[in-house]
Design a protein around this ligand. Sequence first.
Ligand SMILES: [Zn+2]
Length: 186
Amino acid sequence: MTPTRDRIRQLIATLRTTNYDQLEHRLLAALDRNTRSGDATPDGYPTNTLNDSTGSAELTSVESAAHRRLDHPDPDKMRANLRHACRFLDDAVHALHIVDTRLARIETHSARTPPAPEKCQACRIRPAELRSTAGGRLDHAYELCEPCVHFATHVCERHGIPPRIPTPEEAAHHDRTGRWKLRIPA
Ligand SMILES: [Zn+2]
């Protein structure tokens, strides 16, 4: 689904509310805390790396219970939270990089192929402005300019003929004079 302009502005506004300095400060503080708690782990195994998932799995249930009674956060949970936070930060940075890459691709592509509006399928004079069935009056959708849509929706009806797109001759006459002159088949 293509987002709206409002949605894009809303997303960017949300990003702007992020305090990156504070985020860095808190992550580093958490890392330091993790390192310190690793040193204090009763089983004697160092648990101060982010990739270490064994940690206090080495603790017996009694040791774990004792540990939980201590008045500081469970180092296992702390480490899991830190790993989680870092992984999502990594993903967020990666995602922003993708946003940038995709936009660059669009811009490069647009620069190579300047958007030349297709000509209206009926008159072949003006650029097509919309893809329209003239409100279901035509058998299928055409790429049309506004005057040709007007022809199919109103001019045909005014002249009591079945809705259709104008012929190139009718369109050329309209382009010269600003008036529709119908060439009604016998
Ligand atoms: Zn047209």
